[in-house]
Every structure is written in structure tokens, then in C-alpha cells.
Ligand binder design. Structure first.
Ligand code: HEC
Ligand code: HEC
Ligand code: HEC
Ligand code: HEC
Ligand code: HEC
Length: 667
């Protein structure tokens, strides 16, 4: 009772304080959801004065021992330059969060659980716009959040036995068990009420702090609570005809089942992984080491096969998990806290918007190194293969990640194919998927863009007053209009449909983890250059944030414009930052070149000059032989067995394929 009273009083104080500071924060939302509508299982906010809940320690406490030594080994030195450490400061989050608060009531109950968990779990997320958080909560997904996480699905003999008490103490807040969304929880995170730091190792006789060896921490399940995002305001229903809809039930009531697969699937990254072959065992993935051998694609000390999220996102190195002067043993498998993903620019923006002593982004070289790791991940994420088939160029993009490509946060993320066709004098004759870096505009109509698009159905439109169809209103979206993102190895339509991650407006056969796109080769093409790009934040998304996060920036607000800025709203500021940092410069994931020549024997003009003249005669033979003996890639007409197609090698096969093409008078 007493605790209830205290938090009640805090509530009122907060509202009063806020109402005088930021008038607009409490304007009526489009849909008046309450905290109950957004309730998720797992540990609930605790009031800090509750005696049985030990404080979640901030990262500075850990830095004393786990920081300030070899950067690649130190958990703290890597963690602070990650998007997870910046999940609350992130200006893109802040803008989306402001919009979510205008769209639904009490959005903070939902968003802050994952983006400011330090504050949420300790009962400081009472103001749903985040204004009641303590500055310490701005450190986002902090050490203590992951290292006090308890497996919501107790595994006898594997989980630490004290977990039973932690779970029992949750009472009715206990997440549904296996098969009901339990281990695959959605923000259903369970935090140990005591400060027992859980990790992969048995530290034996250990005096620095309480620890528990935890198998949960070496499995992907420890990431599941946050890397599947489901909107509990919506309930799934299936009509007699099998049509799935997500409807807003009666307001001020908990979700009827609490199972994330009955909610609207905002993100399904963890479930995609769980339905892939990475979840059933390690998948060998190597790349050439440049010395004639092969190394593991995602690094890791001696690793060549990958299974869990940690394998790819925390590849281990030899070193110490704590400062060596404390006697920390050298281990062959200290996990690097890299967490590099798809974000290639927002760290720079955070550094521009916050004093470094606050963001802990103190070293510009380390910011660049962290962004470099994300770029490397994107380069490793796919392989692109080209094949000339008749008059078509086939571009095959292969997904080498453990989930869809791209995956996770769908708003703004995209991958696309850019094709350039050149004539024999290397003049550009046609381009598909052209990107204008001066404006950030992508020509989407003549190429393939891999992306997911969400939006509103007519029922959600009527309730919210927003138009139906495609849009970025994250908290209100209830339909998936497009999802042609490439599935991972082990894909099956049934398994992906079961976790609400089926392709939409696209078809993938069971087992298919690549995608083919055919481009007609324009006449006169001598060679083709294909580039596959990834972009973190598109112009369309940033313009949406600019136009909708339109509350005036007030003196007490978290994000303040830097000295040289003209922005008066958060949306303006985000747009300004996006422009300033290169409009989210696309990352070149793959590049491949081919000669669109397999069936184009018309190589020579009068006198054996290079260039097509519409006739097949001696001139063409002369030019072909010239090209062959000068080792020109233009003579690469054949692959194995004289089959038409380039293979990067000049040999007999090319003669055979050329003569075939000549006598077939192939166009
Ligand atoms: C006084 C020094 C000190 C402080 C402060 C400290 N640690 Fe540790 N911690 C250690 C040492 C030493 C190890 C052992 C490293 C090893 O053996 O690889 C360790 C190990 C760990 C492990 C591994 C546990 C396992 O079973 O694998 C975790 C997790 C951990 N610490 C988390 C934290 C967190 C989170 C904080 C801050 C809230 C923190 N530590 C603060 C000294 C410290
Ligand atoms: C086989 C390696 C591999 C495994 C396993 C893997 N990932 Fe990834 N992940 C990647 C690569 C490569 C990228 C970069 C390409 C991209 O963004 O899709 C990536 C991207 C991401 C992103 C950024 C997505 C975005 O667009 O914002 C997140 C978040 C992520 N992974 C989390 C996870 C989690 C959580 C798991 C486990 C459930 C996991 N990954 C398993 C390789 C892997
Ligand atoms: C997103 C979750 C996450 C965050 C945030 C995180 N860790 Fe970890 N940490 C892990 C996981 C998972 C492992 C085990 C990985 C494995 O073994 O594959 C780990 C391993 C460790 C270890 C074991 C290494 C050793 O040799 O003992 C230490 C210590 C550690 N973390 C400390 C920290 C500290 C300190 C911070 C904050 C600066 C931090 N972690 C932030 C997830 C996290
Ligand atoms: C408490 C919730 C939480 C947990 C647990 C968690 N994450 Fe995250 N993670 C986030 C949030 C929130 C972000 C997005 C931060 C942002 O972009 O503002 C994120 C971002 C990331 C990114 C970067 C994405 C990008 O776009 O670049 C990677 C990679 C990632 N997480 C991997 C992991 C892995 C691996 C684990 C498990 C070891 C894990 N996360 C556990 C909440 C969590
Ligand atoms: C269940 C945990 C969870 C909840 C709840 C959640 N998020 Fe996130 N959010 C994540 C994770 C994990 C990522 C990183 C995903 C990735 O990069 O693939 C993320 C990424 C984002 C990003 C991308 C940031 C960037 O720099 O590109 C934005 C914006 C965002 N979330 C806004 C919100 C808003 C607004 C809400 C509330 C309406 C919300 N999130 C609720 C887990 C969550």
C-alpha cells in the first residue's frame, strides 16, 4: 500500500511539473490507449525504495573494472559506442517516440521498456514522454539489463536454480511458457531482483561481485525479449476465409492472451532467426583470406561456423573480460561487445547533439571504428552473383545473415540493386536503381528494392483519423503491405507464417535464401556493373519524422539543437542532422561486373575495329581473337563446357561459346 501511495504521489508531481514545462506533451493522442492496453508480461516497474529490489547499476560502476584496457576486449569500451548504449539518446528514436505519443496514449509504457529499460524497470518511466527519467537512464540497454536477465522459460538442470524463485515472485506477471510465446518473449523481460551478474563463465571462488554462470547468456534467447517487437494494443483474428486482421479491442484492457504471436508483428528478427537453420546448428560460413585460404566470415577466434546472435554480433577474441591488473584470466573466448548492425550514421549525430561526457562517445576515432564495424557487417551480409542468360542479366543476391536481409527495424531501412550498362567505349547507356546523393532520391520504379512496408487498414484509419495504406505511424500500423526481404538459410513458408514473418507481395520457395532479378540488357551493351546498396534511413522516413515530430523544442527538452542549427522542432533537427551526415550515405554491400556478351557475337566493324555494326562477318572474328590475345575480359564468352556465360577465365570454352553464338546468329 505504502509503495503504491508513494508512486501515486510521484505521478501527480510529475504531471504537474510536466504540464507547466511542456504543454503539448499531453495533447490528446489519436487513440486513447492506457498502460493496460500496452501491458506485457515479465518484470514490472519496481519502485526504487522496495527493499527486495537491488538497484540496477549504471555502466560507470562496471567501467571501473571492465573498462579502460585493451579496447577490443573490454566490454565497456566497445559497448559505449553501440546503438544499444545510445538507444534512448538516438534522435531518430526520440522523433519516432514523440510521434508515437501523439498517436497512442501512454506510448512510453511500450517504447521505454526497451529503449530506456534502466528507468522503466526502476519505476521512473511514469511520464510517458520520458521526462520523468533520471539522466542515468539515458544509457539505454545497459550492462545490468543484459547481465541481470533471467530466462523466462526455466530449464531444470540448466538454468541457475535461483531462477525458480525469481520467476515465482512474478506471480501473474509470469510470461506464458514454451510454445506460448514464453522463451520467445516480446519485451517480456525478467530481471533478477538481486544484483547477481550472469554470464557465460564459472568464475569459481570469486570476490568482486555476485555472479551466476548462465547458459541463457550464450544462447540467442537472451536477445529475444527485445528483438521481436509486437504491439499489444492489437489482437490478431482470423476470418473464416483465413484472412488475418489486427484489431484494437476495447480500450483499457490487457491483451487477451499476452502471446506475442497474437499481437501485431512490428519486428520479427528473433523469430526469423529461430525459424532459420542457424537455430538448429552452426552453419559453416567462410570467406577468402586473401592468401589462398579461408577464414570465418564474421571473425571470432578460430571460428568458421555460426549459430547464435552472439556468434556473429559478439565474435570472441583471446583476452581478458576484465582489466588484467585485477588478475582476470586470459580466455580464448572473450565475447566482444560489438553489437554492430545496420546503423552507419546515427552515432555521429548523437555525438553532435550531446556533450561527450554525457553520451560517453568521447573518442571520435572509436565512433568511426564502430561505424566501420557496421559497414563491414553490411558488406559481409550478402553475396551477389551475375549471369547472362540470353538477353537478360540475372542478378542473384544471397542472404548470408542469420535473419532476413535486411531485417529488424523496417522503417527507413532498404537494400537495392543498382545496374549500369556500358557500351564498348565505356559510355553509360542505361542505369537502373539510380541514387541521387545530392537529394537522397532513389529511382525505385526500374529496379528491385528489398524492404518491408507497414501501414493502416480501414478500421485503424477510422479510429485514428489517419489515411489508410502505407505509412510510418509505428504505434498504429496494423497491416504489412510489402515484405520482399530475403529470407535466411532454412526458410520455409509454413514456419515463417507461423511467426507472422511470411513474405508479402513476394514469393520465396521453401529453402530459398537468395533472390533473382532479371534485367533486359539494352542493345549495344558491352559490359555491366552491378552494385548492391544498403541505406539505414531513407529520405521518405526522415521527411516523415521532419513533418510529424513537430513539437517546438523547449529549453528543458533532452535533444537540443547544436549552436549552428536553425531547427525549431525535433523533426527539423533530425532532418538537418540527416543532411549534415551525408543523408545516410548508402553502403556498398557488393559489387560485381560482367560482360553482357554471352550471346552478342557482333563485336567488330569495318576493318576489324571494336564495335557492333549489325553484321556478322570476318571483322567479328578478327576482333574476338584480338580481344582474346590481349586478355580482354570482353572475350570471356564461355564457362565450363563451352556454355555461354562469363566465368572470369579465358580459355577454349570461350572459343567454343563464341563460335556457337556466331553460327546461331545470336542477336
Ligand atoms: C571491482 C571490479 C569489478 C567491477 C566493479 C565489476 N566487475 Fe564484473 N567482473 C570482474 C572480474 C575480475 C570478472 C572476471 C572476469 C573473467 O574471469 O573473465 C568479472 C566478471 C563479470 C561477468 C562474467 C560472469 C560470468 O559468470 O561469466 C559479468 C557478467 C560481469 N562481471 C558483469 C559486471 C557488471 C554488469 C558490472 C557493473 C554493474 C561489473 N561486472 C562490475 C570484476 C568487476
Ligand atoms: C550468421 C550471422 C548472423 C547471425 C546468426 C545473426 N545476425 Fe544479425 N546481422 C548479421 C549481419 C551480417 C547484419 C547486417 C545486415 C543487416 O542489417 O541485415 C545483421 C544485422 C542485424 C541487426 C540490424 C538490423 C537493422 O536493419 O537494423 C540486428 C538488430 C541484428 N542483426 C540482431 C541479431 C540478433 C538479435 C540475432 C539472433 C537472434 C542475430 N542478429 C543473428 C549477421 C547475423
Ligand atoms: C545486449 C546485452 C549485453 C549488454 C548491453 C552487455 N553485455 Fe556483457 N555479455 C552479453 C552476453 C550475451 C555475453 C556472453 C556472450 C557469449 O558468451 O557468447 C556477455 C559477456 C560478458 C562478460 C564475460 C566476459 C568475461 O571474460 O568474463 C562480461 C565481463 C561482460 N559481458 C560485461 C559487460 C559489461 C561491463 C557491460 C556494459 C559495459 C556489458 N557486458 C553489456 C550481453 C551483454
Ligand atoms: C532490453 C532490450 C534489448 C536486448 C535484451 C537486446 N537488445 Fe539489441 N537493441 C535494442 C534496441 C532498443 C536497439 C536499437 C537502438 C537504436 O537504434 O536506437 C538495439 C540495437 C541492436 C543492434 C544494432 C542495430 C542497428 O540498427 O545497427 C544490434 C546488432 C543488436 N541490438 C544486437 C543484440 C543482440 C545480439 C542481443 C542479445 C545478446 C541484443 N541486441 C539484446 C534492445 C535490446
Ligand atoms: C520489445 C522492445 C522494443 C519496443 C517495445 C520498442 N522498440 Fe524500438 N527498437 C527495438 C529494437 C530491438 C530496435 C533495433 C532494431 C534493429 O535495428 O533491427 C529498435 C529500433 C528502433 C528505432 C530505429 C532507430 C534508428 O536509429 O534507426 C526507432 C526509431 C524505434 N525503435 C522507435 C520505437 C518507438 C517509437 C517505440 C514505441 C512505440 C519502440 N521503438 C518500441 C526494440 C523495441
Amino acid at each position: 500500500m505504502r509503495h503504491g501511495m508513494v508512486s501515486e504521489i510521484r505521478w501527480v508531481v510529475c504531471i504537474l511539473a510536466l504540464a507547466s514545462m511542456t504543454g503539448s506533451a499531453f495533447a490528446d493522442p489519436r487513440v486513447a490507449t492506457t498502460r493496460k492496453d500496452l501491458y506485457l508480461f515479465g518484470s514490472q516497474p519496481t519502485t526504487p525504495d522496495e527493499i527486495d529490489f537491488e538497484f540496477l547499476r549504471e555502466a560507470d560502476v562496471c567501467a571501473a573494472c571492465h573498462g579502460d584496457y585493451t579496447e577490443s576486449q573490454s566490454p565497456y569500451e566497445r559497448w559505449r559506442y553501440t546503438m544499444m548504449a545510445q538507444a534512448y539518446r538516438d534522435p531518430i528514436f526520440q522523433a519516432a517516440f514523440q510521434i508515437a505519443n501523439k498517436d497512442i496514449g501512454n506510448a512510453g509504457e511500450f517504447c521505454l521498456r526497451c529503449h530506456a529499460p534502466m528507468g522503466w524497470f526502476q519505476g521512473r518511466a511514469t511520464a510517458t514522454d520520458g521526462s520523468s527519467l533520471d539522466p542515468l537512464d539515458y544509457e539505454g540497454v545497459s550492462c545490468s539489463i543484459c547481465h541481470r536477465a533471467v530466462d523466462p522459460d526455466y530449464k531444470p538442470g540448466i538454468s541457475p536454480s535461483v531462477d525458480q524463485d525469481v520467476l515465482a515472485a512474478l506471480g501473474f506477471d509470469r510470461p506464458p511458457q514454451a510454445g506460448q510465446g514464453g522463451p520467445l518473449a516480446n519485451g517480456h523481460m525478467v530481471i533478477d531482483n538481486l544484483d547477481r551478474r550472469r554470464g557465460p563463465f564459472d568464475l569459481g571462488q570469486f570476490f568482486f561481485h555476485e555472479f551466476l554462470q548462465s547458459n541463457f547468456h550464450v544462447t540467442s534467447d537472451v536477445c529475444a525479449a527485445c528483438h521481436d517487437v509486437s504491439n499489444p494494443a492489437y489482437t490478431k483474428s482470423v476470418s473464416g476465409g483465413g484472412q488475418v486482421t489486427y484489431t484494437l479491442g476495447s480500450l483499457d484492457s490487457k491483451h487477451p492472451t499476452g502471446n506475442k504471436y497474437d499481437m501485431f508483428p512490428v519486428e520479427r528478427l528473433y523469430s526469423e532467426w529461430a525459424a532459420s537453420s542457424f537455430a538448429t546448428g552452426a552453419v559453416t560460413q567462410t570467406i577468402p583470406d586473401g592468401l589462398g585460404g579461408f577464414v570465418g566470415r564474421y571473425g571470432g577466434n578460430g571460428m568458421t561456423a555460426y549459430s547464435s546472435c552472439q556468434d556473429c554480433h559478439m565474435p570472441p577474441v583471446q583476452g581478458t573480460g576484465c582489466a588484467p591488473f585485477l588478475g582476470s584470466p586470459v580466455r580464448p573466448n572473450v565475447p566482444q561487445h560489438n553489437f554492430a548492425g545496420a546503423n552507419t550514421w546515427v552515432l555521429k549525430s548523437i555525438n553532435d547533439l550531446y556533450p561527450p561526457e554525457e553520451s560517453r562517445l568521447e573518442d571520435p576515432a572509436m565512433i568511426n571504428a564502430a561505424i566501420g564495424r557496421a559497414v563491414t557487417m553490411l558488406q559481409l551480409a550478402s553475396d551477389t552473383e551475375l549471369k547472362v542468360i540470353g538477353d537478360n542479366l540475372r542478378v542473384r543476391v544471397i542472404n548470408e545473415t542469420g535473419h532476413k536481409l535486411p531485417s529488424g527495424y523496417a522503417e527507413g531501412r532498404r537494400v537495392w540493386i543498382n545496374v549500369k550498362f556500358f557500351d564498348a567505349s565505356s559510355n553509360l547507356i542505361n542505369e537502373r536503381g539510380a541514387y541521387d546523393s545530392a537529394t537522397g532520391t532513389l529511382t525505385t520504379s526500374n529496379t528491385k528494392v528489398y524492404e518491408q512496408k507497414q501501414g493502416l487498414d480501414s478500421a485503424a484509419s477510422i479510429l485514428s483519423g489517419l489515411p489508410t495504406g502505407e505509412g510510418f505511424h509505428f504505434a498504429l500500423n496494423n497491416v504489412i503491405l510489402k515484405d520482399n526481404r530475403i529470407p535466411p538459410r532454412g526458410f520455409s513458408n509454413a514456419a515463417f507464417a507461423a511467426v507472422q514473418a511470411e513474405p508479402v507481395q513476394a514469393t520465396y520457395a521453401d529453402g530459398q535464401y537468395w533472390d533473382d532479378t532479371y534485367f533486359v540488357i539494352p542493345p549495344g551493351t558491352a559490359s555491366t556493373q552491378v552494385n548492391v546498396y544498403h541505406q539505414t534511413s531513407t529520405k521518405e522516413y526522415i521527411e516523415f519524422l521532419r513533418d510529424n515530430a513537430d513539437n517546438p523544442i523547449l529549453p528543458g527538452d533532452l535533444v537540443q539543437p547544436p549552436a549552428n542549427s536553425n531547427a525549431t522542432t525535433l523533426g527539423d533537427l533530425v532532418h538537418e542532422q540527416w543532411v549534415k551526415w551525408g543523408r545516410s550515405t548508402p553502403t556498398l554491400m557488393d559489387t560485381a561486373a560482367t560482360l553482357a556478351r554471352a550471346c552478342k557475337p557482333d563485336l567488330g566493324q569495318q576493318g576489324g575495329l571494336l564495335g557492333a555494326d549489325g553484321l556478322l562477318n570476318n571483322n567479328d572474328f578478327i576482333v574476338f581473337i584480338d580481344l582474346f590475345f590481349t586478355q580482354s575480359p570482353l572475350a570471356d564468352f564461355g564457362s565450363q563446357g563451352g556454355v555461354a556465360g562469363s566465368d572470369g577465365v579465358l580459355n577454349n570454352n570461350d572459343f567454343i561459346a563464341y563460335i556457337d553464338a556466331y553460327f546461331a546468329a545470336c542477336p
